[in-house]
Design a binder for this molecule. Structure first.
Ligand code: CO8
Length: 258
């Protein structure tokens, strides 16, 4: 049977697990893989059973970036017509929390993919980098922009200009990852966090994600107004009432996503 290059599993407790599966080429992101990943994200975004999404490349490697075979003869118009922004947009527009479980290399497009997640759990072996410069290229899926925003100018520029990799611990110190665990624990820990989030009120999670991501590039006054409006909107949800009631009745809340 032909091996699937990406696997999507529905776990218990509202968590969906996406695993990149091209281990022989270190999960290099070829067009087919990116297309399939995008359609999975679109599907999970509309799936009421999925409350949180875990994205991993498995135990050994996250992703070694774009598939360099695709770059050998491509001309500007070929790259343009691939319209790869649609694949990234599918992940970027996902309303549900995405948690990346990163072991091994997260390089180039792989590092950019990890940065599409809301939370990144890294195994000790994880290595992050934007090595595009080493093959005469530059980051093309947010590397120059997202790293700059997350790390600040001088840390980001060093990574992007040198193409050198950093360890999980260095990434942790710089704020590129949310936490570092032993390699054997990465996926388990990530699922644990996803299950925690899946137990919360879905609309509140979505609002946090939307406001945080939009607000970061807005003037502070406008971002605070956006937050205030989203906060107010939540008072019309049944889940907000259930949350308050459950707290006062000293019981677990039973959220319905309404
Ligand atoms: N593309 C295609 N094949 C790859 C890639 C890749 N990115 N990475 C590894 N492979 C292949 C190797 O060619 C090798 O194939 P073979 O077995 O046929 O020789 C196999 O995977 C195993 O690789 P290595 O023997 O090199 O394995 P190591 O464990 O020694 O090294 C590394 C792993 C460090 C990941 C190394 O393979 C490497 O440096 N890979 C290239 C990393 C890189 O330059 N990434 C950036 C690519 S450009 C990019 O991402 C631009 C993003 C723009 C937009 C996003 C689009 C998705």
């Amino acid at each position: 049977m032909e091996e699937q290059i990406i696997i999507c599993e529905t776990l218990e407790n509202g968590v969906s697990l996406i695993t990149l599966n091209r281990p022989k080429v270190r999960n290099a992101l070829n067009a087919e893989l990116r297309e399939k990943m995008a359609s999975i994200f679109i599907q999970l975004n509309d799936d009421p059973q999925t409350k949180a999404i875990v994205l991993t490349g498995g135990d050994k490697v996250f992703a070694a970036g774009a598939d360099i075979n695709d770059f050998l003869t491509a001309k500007t118009v070929d790259i343009y017509l691939r319209r790869s922004e649609q694949y990234w947009d599918a992940i970027n527009n996902c309303r549900k929390p995405i948690i990346a479980a990163v072991n091994g290399y997260a390089l180039g497009g792989g590092c950019e993919l990890a940065m599409h997640a809301d939370i990144i759990v890294a195994g000790k072996s994880a290595k992050f980098g934007q090595p595009e410069i080493k093959i005469g290229l530059m980051p093309g899926a947010g590397g120059t922009q997202r790293l700059f925003r997350v790390l600040g100018k001088h840390k980001a520029m060093k990574l992007i200009l040198t193409g050198d990799m950093i360890s999980a611990d260095a990434a942790d110190q710089m704020g590129l990852v949310s936490e570092v665990v032993e390699d054997e624990a990465t996926i388990k820990r990530t699922i644990e966090i996803a299950e925690q989030l899946a137990g919360y009120a879905p609309i509140a999670l979505e609002q946090i994600k939307e406001v945080a991501n939009l607000g970061v590039d807005m003037p502070l006054d406008a971002a605070l107004a956006l937050e205030r409006k989203a906060f107010q909107v939540l008072f019309d949800t049944e889940d907000q009432k259930e949350g308050a009631k459950a707290f006062l009745e000293k019981r677990d809340a039973n959220y319905k996503g309404q």
